[in-house]
Design a protein around this ligand. Structure first.
Ligand code: SAJ
Length: 422
């Protein structure tokens, strides 16, 4: 049985550690954050992800997974630490470098190192293989190294981790084959082998593909607003074509992946113009929504807006790179509108604008002149808009996701604005 250490117990590392433990491996979970490690050793988690809590409890209880704060000798190291983006839009590889430096302290001949963190092309060679060679062991011979990008969808991680196909890009074939054997212990999808640079680029291009497509949908929404067309109707009908799949417009693209990865592709590449334009189009959406909000509040005395949802997408507790935070920042900075916020998944203490957060939808709507449906959380589908309307000063709703039942709201006396409808 192999001893595996997972470094970085976030949305990817912890689920990976748990499924490996379930597959019968002896798994150690390492994190810099002591709170995460302490929780883990009690069989608890501090993030939201369907199915994760139960599995962690089970594998900690049966002794297959344990949290550590100091790295120990191991047969396999899986690095799944964040690779955030710098102010100048390049990858911040410092967490990866720190993880690799930690591994070198306990590394021995025959070990395997897997980089799962999303990284720019060339990173596995540059930050892992080179460090191992400099340390005095031969990368690809003494220590086998590969990039295996995670591709799971937050909210569905526990099934996608097992069912999805997996790409493994070794720095040589020997590395790829050894790493393939590790993932075969729990992956039910196909496992494809390639080189590390190709694997890095695959992961980045998957998210870039989505970003560029969302940018196209957002552009359609803006043009439709200008032209007096309903973009949602266009999308519905155009998507009847067998080879067309227009994505969903919205108030912007968030999360630590799609809003970030395209920048890694064009890092140092001035020719990546299309990708750059798409990124800017999506990043511009909070400003566009902000302008519409101002338009809908025009003429009102001391207006108040209630923002429903702050996470980067529905039914998660993750606010990283959320476009809604940008929207709130614009509203707060403008100084001419009062703001209240509601989100059932986010604790007021965990984000910058927590002071504006209200516990109930009615408190958030109290005295408001516009309710902005910013995130389509499932809970928001069944709200009592009759009661919400009574709490508001002006019955206006701006649906940025085409999520709410317009006829019902109209019948309740609401004026309904829809992003993408002219
Ligand atoms: N969004 C739109 N319109 C759409 C789809 C999404 O505006 O049509 C927005 C969402 O509101 C959200 C953002 O895009 O703000 C990203 O959401 P998402 O659900 O598309 O993706 P993520 O970031 O949660 O997960 C993505 C996935 N990548 C792909 O689908 C290609 C996932 O498989 C990756 O593992 C993950 O990135 C990652 O970790 O890289």
């Amino acid at each position: 049985m192999k001893k595996i250490t997972v470094i970085g117990l976030g949305y990817i590392g912890l689920p990976t550690a748990a499924v490996l433990a379930k597959a019968g491996m002896e798994v150690l979970g390492y994190d810099l954050n002591k709170r995460v490690v302490e929780a883990l050793n009690k069989g608890e988690i501090i993030i939201e992800e369907p199915g994760l809590g139960e599995l962690v409890e089970q594998v900690v209880k049966n002794g297959n997974l344990r949290g550590i704060s100091t790295l120990e000798s191991s047969d396999v190291f899986i690095v799944s630490v964040p690779t955030p983006i710098n102010a100048e839009k390049s990858a911040d590889m410092s967490y990866v470098q720190k993880a690799v430096a930690g591994i070198l302290k306990v590394l021995k001949r025959g070990d395997i190192i897997i980089l799962e963190s999303t990284s720019p092309p060339g990173a596995t060679e540059e930050y892992v293989a080179k460090a191992v060679n400099n340390f005095g062991l031969i990368a690809g011979e003494d220590v086998l190294i590969a990039h295996s990008p995670e591709r799971v969808l937050p909210g569905k991680i526990m099934t996608e981790l097992i069912e999805n196909d997996r790409i493994i890009g070794g720095i040589n074939e020997k590395s790829s084959l050894a790493v393939k054997a590790v993932y075969e212990s729990f992956v039910k999808g196909n496992i494809y082998i390639t080189d590390s640079r190709t694997a890095e680029m695959c992961k980045l291009m998957e998210n870039t593909f989505r970003d560029v497509n969302i940018a196209l949908a957002n552009e359609l929404a803006i043009l439709s607003e200008n032209l007096g067309i309903n973009a949602w109707e266009v999308i519905k009908l155009a998507n009847k074509h067998p080879r067309v799949n227009i994505h969903q417009p919205g108030p912007g693209v968030g999360g630590h992946c799609i809003a970030v990865d395209p920048w890694f592709v064009i890092e140092g590449q001035p020719e990546g113009k299309l990708i750059r334009t798409a990124r800017n189009r999506n990043d511009g959406m909070p400003q566009r929504v902000f302008e519409s909000v101002n338009e809908y509040l025009k003429g009102l005395n001391d207006p108040k807006v209630a923002i429903f949802g702050v996470t980067y997408k529905p039914d998660v507790d993750d606010i990283r790179e959320s476009p809604i935070l940008k929207l709130i920042q614009l509203l707060v900075d403008s100084n001419n509108v009062r703001v209240s916020i509601h989100d059932p998944h986010v604790d007021g203490e965990t984000f910058n604008f927590g002071e504006y957060r209200k516990e109930s939808v009615y408190e958030a709507a109290e005295g408001a002149d516009l309710l902005v449906l910013a995130v389509n959380h499932t809970e928001y589908k069944s709200l009592d808009f009759n009661e919400i309307g009574k709490a508001m000063r002006t019955k206006q709703i701006y649906d940025t996701r085409n999520f709410l039942d317009r006829d019902l709201l109209n019948n309740l006396g609401f004026r309904v604005f829809l992003l993408g409808r002219g």
